[in-house]
Design a protein around this ligand. Structure first.
Ligand code: PMV
Length: 311
């Protein structure tokens, strides 16, 4: 049984979303995580994930192992352990083309693909809400205090307007638009940037509450622009959002270089996307100019680019 799940980008609102401000995220289907569950002659539950160099039996994984915790959660919720496989065991193969720790949601996508593949193997029918809740639990291991935006956009595979703790809102795209994603190639764990922002916020509550408010306003205006078919307005909003993220200290020289290069190459706006400090940035480009923006990003040091149509 095979299942897959897309990557994602946060268009607006990262970090502020942890503090209950709205954020917008969209799936990126050009990159995918895939999980396959098979009967195996070897007893137990064997996990093979070459992308993270993991070849292990479930019981040998520590309690805080994200992949192990997803499987254990599903097994205990549905009392599956005793039914593991017809031949004595099962093998789980995990692969992914989503870069790790770079703001594209690799952890959440692996969890979603894994739960779907296990559910299919054990003939369980799970709702998206059930999957989303389980993946959120695993996200806590990756992120510490995640807002839940990654698991939501990836589970539902639709653009979402996300406010922590509120019902999930997907939104319609009035007119398609093109986003160029540039990877700094610098892995940066989201947990660290989220925890650093928390320290700043604890030190100067007023200042950072104001920044979060401004970011929240940008997400709100951006949603309206997207829904009403005026995506060209997003460029300036991206630039403003990037400046606010710089104030949160989550940009980096590499991200700033790529953001600047994208704007120089004709992008309508650009910003970092996700946890920051490394990982990916995004730029809004006219469709005909997207390739040129992507090429300029590579010249400026990007390790990889993806051009994606948001619709
Ligand atoms: O680094 P990513 O793309 O997985 O997402 C991080 C988004 C944050 O707002 C920084 C954290 C969160 O949990 O929402």
């Amino acid at each position: 049984m095979k299942s897959s799940a897309p990557g994602k980008i946060i268009l607006f609102g990262e970090h502020a979303v942890v503090y209950h401000r709205p954020a917008l995220a969209v799936p990126v289907n050009q990159v995918q995580a895939e999980a396959e569950v098979l009967d195996s002659d070897s007893a137990g539950v064997w996990i093979h994930a070459p992308i993270i160099n993991l070849h292990a039996e479930l019981s040998t994984l520590p309690p805080n192992h994200a992949i192990g915790s997803v499987i254990r959660q599903l097994f205990s919720t549905f009392q599956l352990s005793s039914r593991a496989g017809e031949k004595g065991g099962i093998a789980i193969n995990i692969s992914s083309t989503i870069p790790i720790a770079s703001g594209l949601g690799s952890g959440a996508a692996v969890s979603v693909a894994l739960i779907r593949a296990l559910a299919a193997f054990f003939s369980l029918s799970l709702t998206n809400n059930q999957i989303n809740e389980m993946v959120y639990e695993a996200e806590k291991i990756h992120h510490g205090t995640p807002s839940g935006i990654d698991n939501t956009v990836i589970t539902f595979n639709q653009p979402v307007y996300f406010i922590k703790g509120q019902p999930i809102e997907t939104f319609a795209v009035g007119k398609p638009f093109t986003i160029v994603i540039g990877d700094t190639g610098v892995p940066a764990p989201t947990k660290e940037s989220v925890s650093d922002v928390r320290k700043l916020w604890l030190r100067d509550n007023n200042k950072y509450e104001n920044i979060f408010d401004e970011i929240g306003q940008i997400s709100l205006i951006a949603r309206r622009s997207i829904q009403s078919g005026k995506p060209e307005l997003l460029g300036e909003l991206m630039n403003e959002n990037h400046a606010l993220l710089q104030q949160l200290t989550v940009s980096s020289p590499e991200l700033d270089t790529l953001v600047f290069a994208a704007r120089e190459a004709g992008a309508l706006g650009a910003k970092l996307s996700g946890g920051g400090r490394g990982g990916n940035m995004i730029a809004l480009a006219k469709q005909a100019e997207a390739k040129q923006v992507a090429e300029s990003l590579i010249k400026a040091g990007a390790k990889n680019t993806i051009i994606t149509e948001i619709k």
